[in-house]
Design a protein around this ligand. Structure first.
Ligand code: NAP
Ligand code: GCO
Length: 264
C-alpha cells in the first residue's frame, strides 16, 4: 500500500514561524512527524511556537540564521539531542528584494543569494552526513516560478532560485545512492507576507495591477495559498516518493503551462 505517513520521522523546516514553512510543518505534523523549525529572531520563534501550539503541535523552535554555518551545525546537534536524527529537511527560509538590477547594490544581491542559495547548501551539508548514517532521508528545496522564469526587479531572487533548482538536482545526483531523495517544490504565486506588496489594494480601492496580472496568468484564476502546497510536500517527504529524485514539482495552478488570458 502507498505510504504517505510521516509517523516517527523528524522534520526540520527552516524559516517556519509562519508562511509557507509553517503550513508545510503543520501538514508534516498531521502526517505524524515531529517538527523542528528555526527563525532568525527569538520573538519570531516564540510567535511560531504559539501558532503551532494553537494547532496542538508540540514543535521545537530554535533561533538560527541559515547563512551562518556554526549556528546551523549547532542547530542540527540540538535537534538530534531533542528529537533524534533529522529524516526530512525542507529548505524553506528565503527572502526577496524587488529592485531594478542596475539600481541594486552588490551587497543586496549577495544577501539574497546568501539566504536563498547558500543557506540551503549550508543546511543540507549539515544534515546529509547523519542521513547517510541513518540509511537515507528526504530533502525538499523550496524553489519558485523564478527557477524557470525571469521578471523585472527580481534578478537576485531568480539567480538564487535557478541555482537552487540545480543544487537540488546535484544533491539528488551525488547522494541518491545513499537513499537520499532531494526534490524541489516550485510554488506559483502564493498569498503570504512575502507577496503582500504585490496584492495591496490601490489608493482608489482597486486591485494591485500585479494581482490582476497574476490571476490572468494562472489557469486556476487565483493566487495560491500555503495549504495548496501541503499535499505535494507530504508526498515528497514520505516513502511514496522514494523513487522520485532531482525533480522540481511545480505547484502553480498551471502558470508555467499557460501563455496567459487575452486581455478583455
Ligand atoms: P515569508 O513569509 O517571507 O517567510 C520567510 C521565512 O524565512 C520567514 O520566517 C523569515 O524570517 C525566514 N528567514 C528569512 N531569512 C532567514 C535566515 N537567514 N535564516 C532563517 N530564516 C530566515 O516567505 P514565504 O512566502 O513563506 O516563502 C517561503 C519560501 O517559499 C521562500 O523560500 C520563498 O522564496 C518561497 N516561495 C514563496 C512564494 C510565494 O508566492 N509566497 C512562491 C514561491 C516560492 P523573518 O521573518 O525573520 O525574515
Ligand atoms: C515576485 C514574487 C515571486 C514569488 C514566487 C513565485 O516578486 O515575483 O515574489 O517571486 O515569490 O517566487 O514563484
Amino acid at each position: 500500500m502507498v505510504n504517505f505517513s510521516l509517523e516517527g520521522k523528524v522534520a526540520l523546516v527552516t524559516g517556519a514561524s509562519y508562511g509557507i514553512g509553517f503550513a508545510l510543518a503543520t501538514a508534516f505534523a498531521e502526517a505524524g512527524a515531529k517538527i523542528a523549525f528555526n527563525d532568525i529572531k527569538q520573538e519570531l520563534v516564540d510567535k511560531g511556537l504559539a501558532s503551532y501550539k494553537e494547532k496542538g503541535i508540540d514543535a521545537k523552535g530554535y533561533v538560527c540564521d541559515v547563512t551562518k554555518e556554526d549556528q546551523v551545525q549547532e542547530l542540527v546537534a540540538k535537534i538530534e539531542k531533542d528529537l533524534g536524527p533529522i529524516n526530512i529537511l525542507v529548505n524553506n527560509a528565503g527572502i526577496i528584494k524587488r529592485i531594478p538590477m542596475i539600481e541594486m547594490k552588490a551587497e543586496e544581491f549577495r544577501q539574497v543569494i546568501d539566504i536563498d542559495l547558500n543557506g540551503p547548501f549550508i543546511v543540507s551539508k549539515a544534515v546529509i552526513p547523519s542521513m547517510i548514517k541513518n540509511g537515507g532521508g528526504k530533502i525538499i528545496n523550496i524553489c519558485s516560478m523564478m527557477s524557470e522564469l525571469g521578471r523585472e526587479t527580481v534578478s537576485a531572487y531568480a539567480a538564487a532560485k535557478g541555482g537552487l533548482k540545480m543544487l537540488t538536482r546535484n544533491i539528488a545526483s551525488e547522494y541518491g545512492e545513499y537513499n537520499i531523495q532531494c526534490n524541489g517544490i516550485g510554488p506559483g504565486y502564493i498569498a503570504t507576507p512575502q507577496t503582500a506588496p504585490l496584492r495591496e489594494r490601490q489608493a482608489d480601492g482597486s486591485r494591485h495591477p500585479f494581482d490582476a496580472f497574476i490571476v490572468a496568468k494562472t489557469p486556476a484564476a487565483r493566487w495560491g495559498n500555503a495549504e495548496d502546497l501541503q499535499g505535494p510536500a507530504v508526498f515528497l517527504a514520505s516513502s511514496a516518493s522514494d523513487f522520485v529524485n532531482g525533480h522540481i514539482l511545480y505547484v502553480d495552478g498551471g502558470i508555467l503551462a499557460y501563455i496567459g488570458k487575452q486581455p478583455q
